[in-house]
Ligand binder design. Structure first.
Ligand SMILES: [Fe+2]
Length: 355
């Protein structure tokens, strides 16, 4: 794995500050928003629809900590743009909005695509709801990183786009020799803004014995898109307990993962303050180096297509993305891929056949 120290050119104007919100286009915005409230502890924030004079599109915004998700659906038959998007992608992330310092400046330098999606263009008619009955809080604080999947050979051009257009820099990368299981492989480059408050890993599938889970995503999403959104918490144990109580489903790893981990930690300088038995009980993953560690867990896909999923992450002086866990995680995903009939054998020309 590679970490980078060159942050590249600094924005004189129009600094990127943080993730602002993420918009999903879904089949039924009302029910999608309700899923995030019920299973993840979000609360209704804003609504626009027929009652507020929005005749074409309905949007429900939900919030937890600094995390805002907006779910939008078409109100009328024949909405071609939203309809075509739905047929091709199913439910998925339509855009990622950043909070920026000087939106006008960024528009002038032609970053229109992103400025359209930023907070400065948010034209909601806010209609606040009564607070939901106080349930067990998800303890999710802010968006830590957002991961995009690209088809094969399209990762580097996308990384270049972030570097040239948004002045992001390469923050971290891993190649397929480091990220592979017996069956599948991927490459990943993380880009970040100058202040490193916005981090976006970009993945692409690599050739393995069977279909990469990145390829499975690309096949079902109908192209590139957001693979997962990681939400930062300062208390992952309480967060995951509460989310599991609410019925959220997570990926799991075998107990051998923790037996191996406990053995490896004996030879490490890092001390994990959380109780390892509790982490094992909740199936929370741990990645570490000599200076710190991170705790993370991944949900199952949050829609029927095996596309977008979520991550909960807690950092202790560790700025990685869990490369040490990729193998265990991928093996867990492969078990689900197999159940879906998608862990197909690849032939050398990239075709696949069912097992
Ligand atoms: Fe992640």
């Amino acid at each position: 794995m590679t970490t980078y120290t060159d942050k590249g050119e600094k924005h004189e104007q129009g600094r990127f500050l943080c993730f602002d919100h993420i918009t999903f286009w879904v089949g039924n915005a009302k029910q999608a928003a309700s899923y995030y409230c019920n299973k993840l502890g979000f609360e209704p924030l804003a609504y626009k629809g027929l009652e507020t004079g929005s005749r074409e599109v309905v949007s429900h915004a939900v919030k937890q900590g600094k995390i805002i998700y907006v779910f939008s659906s078409a109100l009328n038959p024949g909405n071609k743009e939203m309809g075509d998007h739905m047929v091709k992608h199913g439910d998925g992330v339509k855009d990622i909005a950043f909070t920026v310092e000087d939106c006008d400046f960024l528009v002038q330098v032609k970053v229109l695509i992103f400025c359209n999606a930023t907070a400065c263009a948010l034209l909601f008619y806010f209609l606040f709801f009564a607070q939901m009955e106080q349930q067990r809080n998800g303890k999710l604080d802010f968006i830590d990183h957002v991961v995009g999947n690209q088809p094969d050979d399209e990762m580097v051009p996308v990384v270049d786009w972030y570097q040239k257009t948004l002045l992001f820099h390469r923050f971290w990368s891993v190649d397929d020799k480091q990220l592979q299981t017996e069956f599948s492989a991927l490459r990943s480059i993380v880009v970040a803004n100058y202040e490193e408050t916005v981090k976006m890993p970009i993945n692409e599938p690599a050739m393995g014995k069977r279909k990469s889970q990145i390829q499975e995503y690309v096949d079902y999403y109908g192209g590139p898109g957001v693979q997962h959104i990681a939400m930062n918490t300062s208390d992952i144990i309480t967060s995951v307990r509460n989310l599991k109580d609410r019925g959220m489903e997570f990926m799991t790893v075998p107990d051998t993962y923790y037996e191996q981990l406990k053995e490896n930690l004996k030879h490490s300088k890092v001390k994990i303050s959380e109780d390892l038995d509790v982490l094992q009980e909740l199936k929370i993953l741990i990645d570490y180096d000599d200076n710190g560690y991170l705790l993370q867990i991944f949900t199952k896909p949050v829609q029927d297509r095996p596309t977008v999923f979520l991550e909960v992450i807690q950092r202790h002086n560790h700025q990685g993305f869990g490369a040490g866990n990729f193998k265990s995680l991928f093996e867990a995903i492969e078990a689900d891929q197999q159940a879906r009939g998608n862990l197909t054998v690849l032939t050398p020309n990239g075709d696949s056949k069912d097992m």
